[in-house]
Structures are given as C-alpha cells and as structure tokens.
Design a protein around this ligand. Structure first.
Ligand code: PEP
Length: 257
C-alpha cells in the first residue's frame, strides 16, 4: 500500500508561539501515523529552518511555499533554491493559484521553477487547477493540459518521476466548498494518464494530491479514492487538532486495507 502525502500549507500565517505549540503536539502524536503517511509542513520562509530543526528527527519534512528562479545575485526580497537546500528543505510548492493570480506567475515561469527544483534534486509540489468559470465551461482538462504541457515539452515526461502534483480547483480553495471526490478521482486519473502517455517513459513515484477546503469531516471521502495520493491542506492545517485528525483518518484507511 502506497503512503499518502499530507501537506500543511500554512501560507502567511503563524508566529513563534503558535508554531511551537503546533510542533509540540505534532511530535507527540504524528509518529503514530508515519508508517502510512509522509507528512510535510510548509511554513512561511522565515520559519522554515525553525520548523525543520524541530521535526527532522522524527522524519517529518518541510516545504517552501515558493522559490525564485535565480540562484543568487541582485534579486532583493527573493529566496534561492540553494538557500532552501542549504537549510534542509526537501519540497517546494510552486504554481499555487494565489501566486499565479496575486503575483502574475505564468506557466513559463512555473516551468523554469520546476526545472530548477528538479536540477537540485528537490521535490516540486506543482499546483494546478481550473477556475470557477473554466469549470462551468467544461474546460478543466484543457486547462490542466495547458498547465502541464510546457513542462512536458521542455523536459519530457521523465522529469515527473518523484514529483508531486496538487490538483487544486481554484473555486474550492478557501471557500469551504470542496470538490466532489469522485470528480477529483477522475481528474487525477486523467492527470496521471496524460503524463504517463506523453512519451515512452513510465513515470514512477508521481504523487497526485488534492487540495481545496479539506477538513476532518470530508478527508476520508477523498483519501479512499485510488488515485488521490494525498492532500494539500490550507486552513485546516493551521489547527493541530484538526491536522492530527486528518492524519489519523488517512492512517486508518491504509491500516484497514
Ligand atoms: C490551499 O491554499 O492550497 C488550500 C487547499 O487551502 P484550503 O484548504 O484552505 O482550501
């Protein structure tokens, strides 16, 4: 049975006190769930090293929420992939819809970031997904193909070995309205098939997780689907009780299978 990948995306939230309290509770309980889950915490850049040092011994990983395309130089305010690697970061979220819309990040830039992260042997968590209007116009698959095709054309499908894709329909993020798990299952199957058949390589360790208004009440319905390999969780991941409940749900599904 494949482990589920559960990512906590804290976005621009948290302070030393709340993070310390969260990690204290996570360290107490999460080891019970590590056999069946890979747990990844994505705090804001300023807390990455603090979180890493706190949880590295129990095999929980940290992810950055973004990275610059430049490795070093005169780029005020940016964070380099070399710096992330230097402090122990293993995963990097890229292409989150908040960055696509609020920071005008396009598929070209995201393709650059994807290649850069892979070239340093870190693992990208690539967010993709359609807007409300695109869904209404039945364009979900077309949008997803567009978001993936520049990477595929540039590097071939092999680059997706050992990567994570987070399918996050934009209309489901932070709205309290999650997508239908059966619909998500079909989209995940489509994503895996599209990447796997793009050229001759059969891609290993391609994780496709779902994100969008996940909480402890709806997580089970998603995690039970065969092609939903994990979850990217925003607001529910800020509350340690809620996050631990989701880890337990994920664990219990796999224990019972
Ligand atoms: C996200 O921002 O990636 C996300 C899934 O947020 P939420 O869980 O709050 O919808």
């Amino acid at each position: 049975m494949k482990k589920k990948f559960i990512v906590a995306n804290w976005k621009l939230n948290g302070d030393i006190k709340t993070i310390s309290n969260f990690l204290k509770n996570l360290k107490l309980k999460a080891p019970l769930y590590l056999k069946y889950n890979t747990i990844i915490i994505a705090p804001s850049t300023i807390y990455l090293e603090r979180v890493y040092k706190n949880i590295k011994d129990i095999n929980i990983f940290v992810s950055a929420q973004d990275v610059d395309i430049n490795k070093k130089g005169a780029f005020t305010g940016e964070t380099s992939i070399l710096m992330l690697k230097d402090i122990g970061v293993k995963y990097v979220i890229i292409g989150h819809s908040e960055r696509r819309f609020l920071h005008n990040e396009d598929n070209k830039l995201i393709t650059e970031k994807f290649g850069l992260i892979k070239s340093l042997n870190l693992i990208p968590i690539l967010c993709i997904g359609e807007s409300e209007n695109e869904r209404k116009e039945n364009k979900t698959k077309e949008v997803i193909k567009n978001q993936l095709s520049m990477i595929l054309k540039r590097f071939g499908n092999k680059i997706f070995t050992n990567t994570i894709i987070a399918y996050e329909p934009i209309w489901a993020i932070g709205t309290g309205i999650s997508a239908d798990p059966i619909y998500v299952q079909s989209i995940h199957k489509f994503i895996k098939n599209y990447i796997n058949t793009y050229d001759a390589n059969n891609i290993e360790k391609l994780i496709v997780q779902y994100g969008g208004s996940i909480n402890s009440k709806n997580a089970k319905n998603f995690l039970e689907q065969p092609d939903i390999d994990g979850l990217l969780i925003g607001s529910a991941s800020l509350i340690y009780e809620e996050f631990l409940k989701i880890l337990k749900i994920s664990n219990d599904i796999l224990v019972n299978n």
